[in-house]
Design a protein. Structure first.
Length: 442
């Protein structure tokens, strides 16, 4: 996509929105001046770009250095000091003082690269459906030397764009010091949240689309205080607990209401799988890894009491309640039963279309025609039959066919590849009722 300002908007035009950078700092006197300069020197009208710095109880010279920059910057930098309260509370304070239409984040030890603000503002102005823009980063060391030209490439990150909330709930592929989002999509961060950026990103993703600029927008500084990738022992346990805590916190927030029932149930299962996986990895019991409070149990009971009678409402309530009261075996079993009932009802209502793999490979435009005919809200499934000995190769070929005709194989209507031995009489009935695709047996 084109980067820069929206068509017809000059870099100095008064229509450009105000952007506020929020920055939190705790004992970062070594890096914070460089971080502030990287923001203030952006090619963007000075009166439209300001910084809110929250000094979260630093005991070094951080606050004094920020005051010096504040004097030099002519009021573009505001310093807020508070007793140490942690990242979530510090970010919340910064957001409360932000006055921009767009909010951007820069960690106090990172740096923005030239052109970052103009590129992201251009995307947000041109595309109102986009709620947040992020990008790649360079990795630098404590002295500013480039260690890796691409964080995405170095960490194997696959950037995603569009409506990507479900993918975000599995892994956070966004990068903190590149984030820019619309202020109206900012949601209060719970004080107990171990991360601020993941909370903000998922709530923005629930409100709109994400866009990515696939070039470095920031320098991510790797130094002794933030090297958590290889954490061991008690530190590794602490990091795993934080990862589970933020996922559980997000999934039991208002974000759960924007997910489909099926997606919410899948996310609950994935949370369970991840909790056991991490518990096994760090050799720590699950009930230690995931803390359940009396408040959580009370909220879980409230979710169940206020749910409606329909299976959709009951499954949604049971999924959220179980994630809150995570160690309640009876609640887990109740969710299993409700989900089984829900899936049986959905299966009975699903529209089934039948085809044969070799026909679709020969005429892939039929795949596109099928996808265009399906209402995404309609329970529908395309059953594709193929020779049993060649399923893996056939699946790969079908994916290539999808891409060739402009269908995203990961976000298209439900398609199932099955061996020809799985053919049943009811599929023959479906074949007679659906005429959009070839349906003859091989």
């Amino acid at each position: 996509m084109t980067e820069g300002c929206a068509p017809g908007v000059s870099p100095q035009a008064p229509e450009l929105p105000h952007v506020t950078c929020v920055m939190t700092a705790f004992n970062y006197e070594r890096y914070i001046v460089g971080a502030l300069r990287s923001v203030l020197e952006q090619d963007y009208p000075a009166e439209k770009l300001d910084v809110v710095v929250v000094d979260d109880g630093s005991t070094d010279g951080t606050a004094g250095l920020v005051r010096n920059v504040t004097v030099q910057a002519g009021g573009r930098v505001r310093l807020v000091q508070q007793p140490n309260a942690g990242l979530a509370a510090a970010t919340t304070t910064a957001l409360e003082h932000a006055r921009g239409e767009f909010i951007a984040i820069c960690d106090a030890d990172d740096e923005w690269l030239p052109g970052k603000v103009r590129a992201q503002v251009g995307v947000l102005l041109a595309r109102p459906e986009v709620s947040l823009v992020y990008g790649d980063m360079q990795v630098i060391d404590e002295f500013g030397r480039v260690m890796a030209p691409s964080f995405f490439a170095g960490q194997g990150v696959v950037p995603r764009r569009g409506r990507v909330l479900e993918e975000l709930l599995s892994v956070n592929f966004t990068t903190n010091s590149t984030l820019m989002l619309r202020a109206r999509h900012v949601t209060a961060i719970p004080a107990c949240s171990p991360y601020a950026d993941y909370w903000l990103v998922t709530h923005a993703a629930a409100a709109g689309e994400l866009e990515v600029i696939e070039r470095p927008l920031s320098n991510y500084r790797l130094h002794s205080s933030n090297m958590n990738f290889g954490a061991q022992g008690a530190q590794r346990v602490r990091e795993c607990k934080r990862e589970l805590a933020i996922r559980r916190l997000i999934l039991t927030s208002d974000v759960s209401h924007t997910l489909s029932v099926d997606a919410l149930a899948r996310a609950a299962r994935e949370l369970e799988h991840k909790s056991f996986e991490l518990a096994h990895f760090v050799q720590t019991p699950v009930n230690v890894m995931v803390t359940v409070t009396d408040s959580d149990r009370a909220r879980a009971q409230h979710e169940l009491e206020r749910s409606g009678d329909g299976l959709d409402a009951r499954l949604r309530a049971h999924a959220v309640a179980w994630m809150l009261d995570f160690h309640n075996a009876a609640l887990r079993a109740a969710m299993d039963q409700v989900e089984a009932d829900w899936r049986r009802e959905r299966e009975a209502l699903t529209r089934v279309t039948v085809s044969w793999a070799q026909d679709l490979i020969a005429a892939p435009e039929l795949i596109a025609a099928y996808c265009e005919s399906i209402d995404q809200a309609e329970p529908a499934r395309l059953m594709i039959f193929a020779q049993e000995h060649d399923l893996a190769a056939t699946a790969a070929e079908l994916r290539r066919c999808c891409v060739a005709v402009g269908v995203d194989p990961d976000r298209c209507p439900d398609m199932v590849l099955a061996p020809s031995s799985a053919w049943r009489a009811d599929y023959a009935a479906a074949a007679r009722l659906t005429t959009a695709l070839p349906t003859r047996p091989s």
